[in-house]
Design a protein. Structure first.
Length: 384
């Protein structure tokens, strides 16, 4: 049954907030937001409720489908328009959980509440084909013309869009998006596919996809929602593998410093191959591609490996080595382990992005038998 919120389907708004809307739905919501200020107020209220509920859902491993249904029941009045009292009702239900999350987020053994980590997104930039660069922070709800290549703008979801006007180009020239330490970035590719690029990552793609293929290259981590086009397969090139799809959602972790790349499939089908092997993935599977051209496949909880796209660090029986490597890419800090035994110790937990590094380390200390000793910008990990 369709539910309305001031002349728009609330399911579309929820998809929009969750970054699951297609291009047509995004345009519909953008038009709705621009129509009245009241629409924007209602949207912000719904977004607050949704983000609070998503955080609780992630911390408690609630299934996504169940979370959506509960959220709809709490935010939709079938006969009346959205009202402020709806927010208070939901807030009352969520408050005990949010208090617990807040305590975990800000707990400090010295009794001092550390400041949230100031993510530095203002260094996210685009490299044009001629080598010039442009900072992407200052173009929300704005656009600017780059005479040689077209118009660049952000829609109301802050997604970067490039309208190429260089007709003479055959698609060989490349744009490159680069994210800094502690920042991620959302944007569209020329075919309408959506990308969320994680911290310290780089993605290069052509001005236009030509020759019946859509090929990009990635260093770092990105989540893809690929637009379907049976005539043009979508290919992601990484250090140790190539991922080929027609239209699907998947996560690729391919940092240069890692010993292997990970391809995690959320929906659809993908083929993963290197110079020696190939394999096909179905949803819930992950391919691990090593420097030695070995490809291993395993079952995983995809929510763990895509939690970063929802603003959460989530770990499930993950080694401290892998956890600290992830934290190094978001915080200006380096970890050093006393020995390999400590590196391999496992930890399960979740933290909201923006949580101070002190709070995260304090919580890990309290739930494991390791201790973190910080000296300057290096954190030494030792056994208690």
């Amino acid at each position: 049954m369709t539910t309305e919120m001031n002349d728009i389907d609330i399911n579309i708004l929820l998809k929009y907030i969750s970054k699951q809307a297609d291009r047509n739905e995004i345009e519909l919501v953008n038009a709705w937001l621009e129509k009245y200020e009241a629409n924007r107020d209602e949207f912000l209220m719904l977004k607050k409720i949704h983000l609070s509920h998503k955080e609780v859902a992630a911390i408690n491993s609630i299934k996504e489908e169940e979370s959506w249904e509960r959220l709809k029941l709490r935010t939709i009045d079938k006969k009346k328009k959205f009202r402020l009292r709806t927010f208070y009702k939901v807030a009352a239900v969520l408050l005990p959980f949010l208090i617990v999350i807040g305590l975990l987020r800000n707990k400090n053994t010295d009794g001092v509440t550390p400041q949230e980590h100031p993510f530095n997104k203002n260094l996210t930039y685009i490299i044009f084909p001629d080598g010039t660069t442009h900072n992407l922070l200052n173009h929300k709800y704005q656009e600017f013309d780059y005479p040689k290549y077209g118009t660049i703008y952000k829609d109301s979801t802050n997604l970067l869009v490039i309208n190429c006007s260089a007709k003479e180009k055959e698609g060989t020239d490349q744009f490159t998006i680069v994210t800094p330490l502690g920042g991620d970035y959302d944007f569209f590719l020329p075919d309408g596919s959506k990308v969320i690029l994680n911290s310290l990552s780089k993605l290069s793609y052509p001005i236009r996809f030509t020759n019946n293929i859509r090929k990009i290259s990635l260093t770092g981590e990105a989540f893809f929602e690929v637009s379907k086009d049976k005539k043009k397969p979508f290919i992601v090139e990484t250090q140790f593998a190539q991922v080929k799809v027609l239209g699907t959602s998947f996560n690729v972790n391919a940092y240069e410093s890692d010993e292997y790349n990970e391809v995690t499939l959320v929906e659809g089908h993908v083929k993963v191959n290197n110079s020696s092997n190939e394999t096909f993935l179905i949803p819930g599977k992950q391919a691990i591609c090593s420097r030695k051209n070995i490809i291993l496949v395993r079952d995983v909880d995809v929510n763990i490996y895509t939690s970063w796209t929802r603003g959460i660090f989530e770990f499930n029986k993950m080694s401290l080595k892998k956890i600290t490597t992830s934290l190094e890419r978001w915080y200006n800090i380096e970890f050093s382990f006393a020995d390999n035994t400590i590196e391999n110790k496992k930890f399960t937990g979740a933290f909201k992005k923006g949580t101070s590094i002190e709070s995260i380390l304090n919580f890990i200390e309290e739930t494991t038998n390791v201790k973190f000793i910080k000296k300057n910008d290096i954190v030494y990990v030792v056994e208690k």
